[in-house]
Design a protein around this ligand. Structure first.
Ligand code: FDA
Length: 303
């Protein structure tokens, strides 16, 4: 219940203005966000690399409503890729298509992603497309299908909670899609998304198997140890070793487990967000674990 309220609040601009006033306000924000500046994220990833963990660099921001906002996000992504090259850190680049104008100019958005894909490829890394609210799934799948032809290593997030996901994957099987499998982080109605944890976990397991059989380099993005063990067993069953899939987690969540898995020889990447537009991202993290809310509210009230 509280989780759903937080997801509702994550999409409300007025609540955002009240709570944030655009600043990094509390230790809770700092826990989940590397910092306001690109260099903060670069430094966080450098430290992760020392522990054998790769990065997934994420410029915060989504739901951009005008061309200038999308152009600015594109420029910031370009700058990020340039800095990755200069610093030599091991990281991929996560993008949100609504940040690049998907909601109002799909053609321009595709052009931006194509250019970012080329820049990333030129420095030896690749782009990962996040999956957002269900209203954007069709367009996001279109963009992926179109650009996968140019960039074979493009990765796409797919959400286990969506009832449609197994069908979408089946329709993409000719591509051998390179997927980041997540449970799903948005408030979606029951007709669209599974609501019960057990059902979501079962669908997650089913898709994990599918990705080993029909996908390319499965990305298992969860902090749920049981689902990570499940992926490990699925690999073993196919006589594949632990490097046959990638484990992905979020900055600030179960860092010890990330390190332990990397030490055991797993390929681990950590999603590292930076920037000032942290509000919806943080609200989704709090919805996953309302216990963190207490610290956040204390910081807001006490500021
Ligand atoms: P679950 O929430 O069931 O947690 C399992 C265990 O992990 C908990 O019991 C707890 O121990 C720990 N844990 C989880 N969250 C925590 C937190 N916030 N604080 C502290 N402990 C926590 N979603 C989406 O819709 N589109 C996307 O593109 C992405 N991208 C993405 C990338 C990566 C790398 C990750 C890891 C996740 C995403 N997500 C996402 C988010 C995803 O959909 C999901 O909401 C979260 O990962 C939480 O689900 P878990 O699978 O971790 O399980």
């Amino acid at each position: 219940m509280l989780g759903r309220m937080l997801l509702w609040a994550s999409e409300r601009k007025r609540v955002e203005r009240f709570l944030t006033q655009g600043r990094l306000t509390s230790p809770v924000v700092e826990r989940f966000v590397a910092g306001a500046r690109l260099d903060d994220a670069i430094e966080a990833i450098r430290r992760l690399n020392e522990d054998g963990i790769g990065g997934i660099l994420d410029l915060l921001g989504e739901g951009v409503t005008d061309p200038a906002g999308a152009a600015q996000a594109f420029d910031e992504y370009l700058e990020s890729i340039k800095r990755i090259d200069e610093t030599g850190i091991d990281t991929t680049v996560a993008i949100k298509l609504t940040q690049l104008g998907l909601a109002f100019d799909k053609g321009q958005c595709i052009d931006y992603v194509r250019r970012l894909g080329a820049e990333a490829q030129a420095i030896g890394t690749y782009v990962e497309i996040d999956m957002e609210q269900s209203a954007y799934v069709d367009d996001t799948l279109d963009v992926y299908r179109l650009l996968k032809a140019d960039f074979d290593d493009l990765r796409l997030a797919m959400q286990a909670y969506l009832r449609r996901t197994p069908v979408d994957l089946e329709a993409m099987s000719d591509l051998r899609p390179k997927v980041r499998l997540v449970k799903g982080a948005y408030a979606e109605p029951e007709e669209i998304a599974l609501q019960k944890r057990k059902e979501i976990d079962n669908q997650f397991r089913f898709i994990t198997e599918w990705l080993f059989d029909r996908g390319d380099d499965p990305g298992i993005a969860t902090h749920d140890s049981r689902l990570i063990l499940y992926a490990r067993a699925a690999a073993l069953e196919r006589n594949l070793d632990r490097t046959s899939f990638e484990i992905q987690m979020l900055y600030g969540v179960r860092h010890d487990l990330q390190r332990e898995l990397a030490r055991e020889g797993h390929r681990v990447r950590c999603y590292v967000p930076f920037g000032s537009a942290w509000y919806p991202y943080l609200m989704r993290r709090l919805a996953e674990r309302p216990a963190n809310l207490r610290f956040f509210l204390r910081a807001v009230v006490g500021r």
